[in-house]
Design a protein around this ligand. Structure first.
Ligand SMILES: NC(=O)c1ccc[n+]([C@@H]2O[C@H](COP(=O)([O-])OP(=O)(O)OC[C@H]3O[C@@H](n4cnc5c(N)ncnc54)[C@H](OP(=O)(O)O)[C@@H]3O)[C@@H](O)[C@H]2O)c1
Ligand SMILES: *[C@@H]1O[C@H](CO)[C@@H](O)[C@H](O)[C@H]1NC(C)=O
Ligand SMILES: CC(=O)N[C@H]1CO[C@H](CO)[C@@H](O)[C@@H]1O
Length: 276
């Protein structure tokens, strides 16, 4: 039998689909004939990014790309807001989602070891750990996705967990929690598949904000110092990792690294690896 495109006609929902890695995943899924729903913290930006996606595929029915806001920093209403989003995205459970992707991450401070407080140590967990955990809870009812190996949930970690940049202790801890969450969920939600993509330095709006602070030369050096490819990854590169984890029905509890070989780079003496 001819190999099937497993994303054609699939419905993919992306938390964080309004920017960076998640927007790249949405674009990749549409290029494969999937239907895509994106989410971000506020509706105006969601609408703007849905229009942008539609503009890339002018022959596609507009309904193939939609989006709804869900502010994942709102701890108090988080579970209700996530449930409301799934209700809207599936017409009350009538049109189930096939694959859920989580790339949302807010900008938070970077507490340093000598100044961290109980509050700042906990702050980073809200959007990057508690939110994907509550998404899993909502999925576990089976109302919005079929809990079979055909469907999947893909989270996002980071190589900073394995080789923290100087001053990046707390992000390493926050994202390290995601690694544990993925292993546990893959087990507890079986045969539904749960996996994680581990990005190195990917040239997104988030990274661009940091690059703007350090200047072009330092940016080029940073790319060289943190990859074997002398480059940053692009959202369309790492989107393939998420696509693979959706398509491979034998991938569960998998960690797929997309980092240009960052963990294999031999640091030269005296070179700083700081993100600035
Ligand atoms: N880029 C890298 O080099 C890199 C490396 C390792 C790990 N990561 C991690 O990968 C994730 C995605 O990174 P990125 O570079 O793609 O970042 P990005 O371009 O800044 O995108 C972040 C996404 O998260 C959403 N988001 C932020 N706050 C939210 C909130 N309160 N509620 C709901 N959604 C919210 C944003 O939506 P709105 O703006 O619409 O609210 C946006 O879609 C982050 O967790 C990041 O730490 C990135
Ligand atoms: C739009 O989505 C439908 C349903 O998932 C799919 O059959 C169709 O191929 C998609 N259209 C395009 C142009 O991608
Ligand atoms: C963005 C979003 O979904 N916000 C809603 C979260 O839940 C509260 C309480 O139900 C609503 O007031 C917000 O509009």
């Amino acid at each position: 039998m001819a190999h099937q495109n497993r994303l054609a006609n699939a419905h993919v929902l992306i938390f964080g689909g309004t920017s960076g890695i998640g927007f790249g995943v949405a674009n990749m899924a549409l290029s494969n004939g999937a239907r895509v729903t994106i989410s971000g913290s506020a509706q105006p930006k969601v609408d703007q990014k849905v229009e942008k996606l539609r503009s890339f595929y002018p022959n596609m029915p507009a309904s193939n790309a939609t989006g709804f806001a869900c502010d994942l920093s709102d701890k108090e209403n988080m579970e209700d807001n996530i449930t409301a989003l799934f209700e809207k995205a599936t017409d009350g459970g009538k049109n189930k989602i096939d694959h859920v992707v989580f790339t949302a991450g807010n900008s938070i401070g970077l507490p340093q070891v000598n100044e961290v407080t109980a509050e700042s140590a906990l702050a980073g967990f809200t959007v990057r750990f508690v939110a994907p955990a509550l998404v899993a809870k909502v999925l576990s009812s089976g109302k919005y996705v079929s809990l079979t190996a055909k469907s999947s949930y893909t989270l996002t970690g980071g190589t900073n967990t394995y080789r923290p940049f100087p001053g990046w202790t707390y992000p390493a801890a926050w994202m390290g929690a995601v690694d544990g969450l993925v292993r546990g969920l893959a087990n507890d939600m079986q045969p539904f598949r749960v996996n994680v993509v581990i990005p190195g330095a990917i040239q997104t709006e988030l990274l661009q904000g940091m690059l703007d602070n350090i200047g072009e030369e330092a940016g080029k050096k940073m790319a060289r110092d943190n990859s074997l490819t002398n480059s940053f990854g692009q959202p369309e590169d790492i989107a393939e990792a998420y696509g693979y984890l959706m398509r491979d029905r034998f991938a569960s509890g998998s960690f797929v690294t997309c980092d240009g070989g960052r963990l294999l780079v031999t640091p030269s003496p005296g070179e700083t690896k700081s993100l600035g």
